[in-house]
Ligand binder design. Structure first.
Ligand SMILES: Nc1ncnc2c1ncn2[C@@H]1O[C@H](COP(=O)(O)OP(=O)(O)OP(=O)(O)O)[C@@H](O)[C@H]1O
Length: 597
């Protein structure tokens, strides 16, 4: 029941549609039965044509058709069976198609719903969650949900229904035999019930091993240069081997287990039939009543064995994939916000209206006594930080590593929410409408994230091709000193940069980051200056780009090289999460250095 309620929560459809799908599954099972069921009687009829007289309606149909011989009539029945069979096959295919389409559409919505949810989460979620978890959930677990949960669950419901109907019909003919078959099915369930925890454990182990595998691959390939240089390939290979072995053990145990239902049900039925016949002969010495009982078992083997073993197999699959359902359910239940649920309107395209509102900014930004501690951290990373930035000013944050510069900028960007204190823009708190505050800011991180796509798409990040404004693009390229580079490339702005920009130098990547911030024409720019050393020419190109920007934009520069902050109006020096000094470049950097000397 809990399984079903979790399933209904995850699936994005009306309950009535689900009932329809279950109904279709029932039709499929019945059509299956018809397909097999028709051949036996037809062959019986062909071998013993005289049996036709036993069926009143067949015999009168024969008379009505006025055919030359009974064989002709049987051939005609054969033709009808062929037509019926083709019709059944067609219907079977169409229904299967519909059902699978339904299930795979669920996968589409689930993927979108999960991505929405993960994207809407606060940045702190990603400080404690490995991206392998998210990648796996959206990539493979949503697919798993379709073919290892949705399809088997609906299939089980339908098969349970079909079984119940067949057993009820059989009960009318022979109650004792039906009760016996029912008993056999119950006995068959016992081992599966007994092993249920182990089956779930195999599923959990498999799931965890897959997450770990993605993590290992991320580490090995993500740090490829380091991996190759240090020569620690075998370290990652061994890690992967351990996880792959864990998965293969769990999967092979489960897949062997999956074969059991058919074997167990078959073995029990055979034991019962042979035992029943033998005992009847030995004890009761009668064989007359055996015929009807055996007839019942013939039906049982044709229809009940497939249904029962399918039901048991599906139940095993469902149990094995319970960890997948738990994981998806818990993430959606805990993390989903009203915001991320908005998609349920189910339009084909996701609208991007939320990015249009912009906070007005005409005067100043006041950072007022901000304090922050990371979740689980023993000490504060920021303590009562206050500063004011006027529109059009450029300020620099300097200080030793770990001083709190990135933390302050992450709060400024609205990625981290402070414990206490506030940021006000023109007298109004940014927390009243964080999104529209963020729409004011362009961010140029230390390590620019580049998609494995063209330069153009990387600059106009997140904008569909047809909506890219070429004029803005050209202006951004020019201001970020990228014109020369792009002119040299045979495919110009349409050149692919490679995964994370491997085909570009560090300085070129940084300038693409600047161009991206410029393309969006944001009022305020936050620049986390690259720590890696750039050659003099690149550095001067970037400094030039920044100086150019400083003339028109409000800028916050997190500086690792003091030369780049020369053009800033004020410099703030941070230490241990506090601002310890502030003043002009001259006062803080030049005079500060001479004091140090
Ligand atoms: N996710 C985190 N969890 C716990 N503590 C953190 C986390 N991120 C940073 N810190 C701690 O917060 C303090 C400030 O770090 P921050 O990254 O803001 O420094 P920084 O001045 O930007 O350093 P750098 O110049 O090296 O980037 C440090 O003591 C750091 O250890």
């Amino acid at each position: 029941m809990k399984y079903l309620s979790q399933f209904l929560f995850v699936i994005s459809t009306r309950k009535i549609d689900l009932l329809l799908i279950v109904f279709f599954f029932v039709v499929i099972s019945l059509l299956d039965a018809i397909g097999i069921g028709l051949i036996g009687p037809f062959i019986g009829l062909a071998v013993k044509p005289e049996t036709i007289e036993r069926s009143a309606w067949l015999y009168s149909l024969y008379g009505y058709l006025n055919l030359k011989s009974i064989n002709q009539f049987i051939a005609l029945i054969g033709l009808a069976i062929i037509i019926l069979f083709y019709f059944k096959s067609f219907l079977y295919y169409r229904i299967q198609n519909y059902v699978l389409k339904f299930c795979y559409t669920q996968q589409v919505w689930l993927r979108l719903r999960m991505l929405r949810t993960y994207l809407s989460l606060p940045y702190t979620f990603y400080l404690k969650t490995n991206s392998a978890h998210v990648i796996q959930n959206i990539g493979t677990e949503s697919a798993n949900f379709t073919y290892s949960i949705a399809v088997p669950l609906l299939n089980s419901i339908a098969n349970a229904f079909v079984l119940a109907v067949i057993l009820l019909l059989m009960a009318k003919t022979d109650l004792l035999a039906t009760v016996s078959i029912f008993g056999i099915l119950l006995v068959a369930i016992v081992p599966f019930h007994y092993f249920r925890h182990r089956v779930a454990l195999w599923g959990k182990e498999g799931l965890e091993a897959n997450t770990e595998t993605i993590r290992v691959v991320n580490h090995a390939i993500g740090g490829l240069k380091t991996t190759k240089l240090i020569g620690c390939e075998s370290f990652f290979e061994n890690q992967l081997l351990a996880q792959a072995n864990k998965y293969s053990k769990a999967a092979s145990l489960f897949h062997s287990f999956q074969q059991l239902p058919r074997i167990v049900v078959e073995a029990l039925l055979i034991t019962f039939v042979v035992g029943f016949v033998s005992l009847s002969l030995v004890i009761a010495e009668r064989s007359d009543s055996l015929v009807s009982v055996l007839g019942i078992f013939a039906i049982a083997s044709v229809r009940i064995i497939p249904s029962a073993s399918q039901l048991l197999t599906c139940m095993g699959v469902l149990r094995n994939n319970k960890p997948t359902l738990d994981r998806i359910y818990l993430d959606l239940k805990e993390l989903e916000t009203p915001e991320s649920l908005k998609y349920l309107g189910m339009s084909r395209k996701v609208n991007s209206s939320k990015t249009t509102q912009v906070h007005p900014f005409t005067d100043k930004i006041v950072i007022d006594e901000l304090s922050y501690s990371y979740p689980g951290a023993a000490r504060q990373s920021l303590k009562d930080v206050s500063l004011t930035i006027r529109k059009g000013e450029s300020i620099a944050l300097i200080g030793k590593s770990g001083a709190g510069k990135t933390t302050l900028s992450d709060i400024f960007l609205g990625l981290l929410i402070p414990e206490s204190g506030d940021i006000q823009v023109d007298g109004e708190s940014i927390y009243k409408d964080l999104r529209s505050w963020q729409n004011l800011i362009g961010y140029i991180p230390q390590s620019i994230f580049l998609m494995d796509d063209t330069i153009e798409r990387n600059i106009a990040f997140g904008i569909p091709d047809e909506q890219i404004d070429k004029q803005k693009l050209d202006a951004a390229i020019k201001k970020s000193q990228l014109t020369e580079l792009i002119e040299q490339l045979p495919e110009g702005v349409h050149t692919f940069v490679g995964e994370n920009g491997v085909r570009l130098s560090g300085g070129q990547r940084q300038r693409i980051g600047i161009a991206r911030a410029l393309y969006y024409e944001r009022e305020i720019l936050v620049l986390d200056e690259a720590t890696s050393a750039l050659d003099n020419e690149t550095e001067s190109l970037i400094s030039e780009a920044l100086r150019e920007l400083g003339r028109t934009k409000t800028m916050i520069v997190i500086a690792h090289r003091l030369t780049t902050v020369e053009h800033c109006d004020r410099v703030y020096e941070m230490s241990n999460g506090q601002i310890v000094r502030s003043g002009s470049y001259q006062e803080i950097v030049i005079e500060g250095q001479s004091h140090d000397d």
